[in-house]
Design a protein. Structure first.
Length: 225
């Protein structure tokens, strides 16, 4: 089995560094994996999608062969546990696979936070609310991608530039969202049309839109296409 050939901890570290650099959504899209449901690699207090990390790490150790594909993991998520633990990494199992969720209380805290100028001024409860909503949107977006056919054909995008610890480069995001679109539409239609969900001071909005990309609201030619 190719995964048994993964023997270099530095390759796993390189995959983790790339994950941190480009973010979860782009990392999963690049390597064609869905988000973990039960098995998570824990490193420096952060959790990572273990299967995607293992697949990318294989490509770092064997650049001429390239990364492993999701179809190369015949044993499911459990197949990555032993190889990664053998290399000294910790795997956390969350057997219920419960998706992240948020509450009306989280939305109330988001409304409350809008009175503050910078993300650093948010209270810990307010930041926690943004994190809950962000993670729930990621979970729901992954379910949409899975229902539509998977990451080979569909792309999941989350709130541009947002990180739960620092906001959007220190600022507060206008809202939190996910968008899912066909990969073949990424360039010619800027990733439209999209299935989306938006969480803001208005509450929760979701549905289907022919045009949601923030850079081209005024592009009439694209709207016509």
């Amino acid at each position: 089995m190719p995964l048994s050939e993964l023997t270099d901890p530095a390759a796993v570290q390189a995959a983790i560094q790339e994950y941190d650099h480009i973010g979860q959504a782009q990392f999963l899209e690049k390597y064609g994996f869905g988000a973990s449901r039960s098995y998570y690699l824990i490193h420096n207090g952060k959790s990572y999608d273990s299967k995607a990390i293992a697949g990318a790490a294989y490509g770092y150790q064997f650049p001429t062969r390239g990364p492993l594909l999701a179809s190369d993991f015949s044993g499911g998520e459990n197949s990555i546990r032993a190889p990664l633990e053998k290399l000294g990494f910790t795997i956390e199992i969350r057997p219920d696979g419960t998706p992240s969720r948020f509450t009306r209380g989280d939305i109330d805290l988001i409304r409350q936070s809008r009175t503050r100028e910078r993300y650093a001024q948010f209270s810990q409860d307010e930041k926690a609310a943004y994190k809950h909503v962000h993670e729930a949107l990621r979970s729901l977006g992954e379910l949409v991608v899975e229902e539509l056919g998977g990451h080979r054909d569909y792309v999941l995008k989350l709130t541009s530039g947002f990180h739960p610890d620092s906001g959007v480069r220190g600022g507060k995001p206008k809202d939190l969202w996910f968008g899912v679109y066909r990969k073949e539409n990424q360039n010619i239609f800027l990733g439209n049309p999209q299935l989306f969900m938006i969480v803001s001071t208005r509450g929760v909005e979701y549905g289907f839109s022919p045009l949601t990309h923030p850079d081209d609201f005024s592009n009439q030619q694209l709207k016509t296409q």
